[in-house]
Design a protein around this ligand. Sequence first.
Ligand SMILES: Cc1cc2nc3c(=O)[nH]c(=O)nc-3n(C[C@H](O)[C@H](O)[C@H](O)COP(=O)(O)O)c2cc1C
Length: 372
Amino acid sequence: MQMDRRQFVRAMMTGGTALAAAPLLESCCGAGVAGKEARDPPADLLPGLDRYRTEILFFASLAPSGHNVQPWVVRIEDADRWVVGADASRRLPAVDPQNRELMLSIGAFTENLALAASASGYEAEIEVLAGSTFDADLLQVRLQVAEPRDYPLQRLSSRRTLRGGYSNVELRRDDVSALSEPLADRALFIPPSSPQAAYLRETAVESFRAQTWRDDAQEELAEWVRFDDDAVFAHRDGLTMASMEISGIAACFVRLFADDVMSKNFREQGIKKTAKLAGQGGGWLVVTSADDSVAELIETGRRWQRMNLLLHELGIAAHPMSQMLEEEPWRGELADQLELTGMPQFILRVGYVDDYPDPVSPRRPVSWFVRR
Ligand SMILES: Cc1cc2nc3c(=O)[nH]c(=O)nc-3n(C[C@H](O)[C@H](O)[C@H](O)COP(=O)(O)O)c2cc1C
């Protein structure tokens, strides 16, 4: 059980010394680490689906999504024909008004689904149904029996977004090639010593600052921040203290004294942290697409996820810093500043990391997003 603010202050006052308060601090800071427990594989089968098919949907749900909204919904037409759509209640209109990021997240979900299917002896044939990023039905999946592919599914369950602790050593050429391979001509590596990297470091902070002080964007974020374990387990989505990499005493104080996302304190802490992170890393990886059609955005999300799944084994982390793609003037000027030929879809800060902790971001159970 978590202490509330009043109980904490009272305990500090009556406890006197920091030593006396230590167990109290521990009880308060120990919470908020939920994650692993809130992303468990399905215990029950979905009606009409066997274990393989239920697990394919579970693996799909381990995909990344903006603010961890998990915008997917799956309609089971029959055991081998599913329609993947967008859950309109999980849109982020303030930061993603065109559903661009929603399409990229659906792409990542689709890639996980196809990989999990192939490892289970199915080919997932994907047909894009939507003509607009606002359509409810986005794509159809048909499962066909195929030779099982030897793909390590543990890559899907151990992938996570990791933002802190990057080395400043430039990414080696062979690692850049390995990461670029699934992205083909959609990837551009920007070395940390280049003028473009200096531009990105500054832009990451300035665009984050602009968004943080935009009240509609901050109100939208507030809906997805889960401050304690009760909220994590009730929603099993959104951004938790652990997934935002706020831990220990810092998590305790954020939860007790800055648990209002709209407060000056919360906003300033976020800007400070972003400035620190933007200075870390071994370069930037820009992911582009040829256009912003539904099919192209989904394909870009799929390829980006294929790249994400290589990161852990290479000891590399990648942090999407999306505010510069969401806020003007940066959104409009970025392609020119970086001399891109395609349209930028992800700006990733990348770097070597010594420690790769397990994923902590919660996931909704399969039965919450599957309809019949
Ligand atoms: C389209 C998209 C945009 C994202 N933008 C950001 C971002 O600007 N900053 C950030 O810290 N994480 C960003 N993320 C990462 C998500 O926050 C993360 O995937 C989500 O919280 C789930 O956590 P996980 O990746 O560890 O499973 C983005 C993810 C996606 C798919």
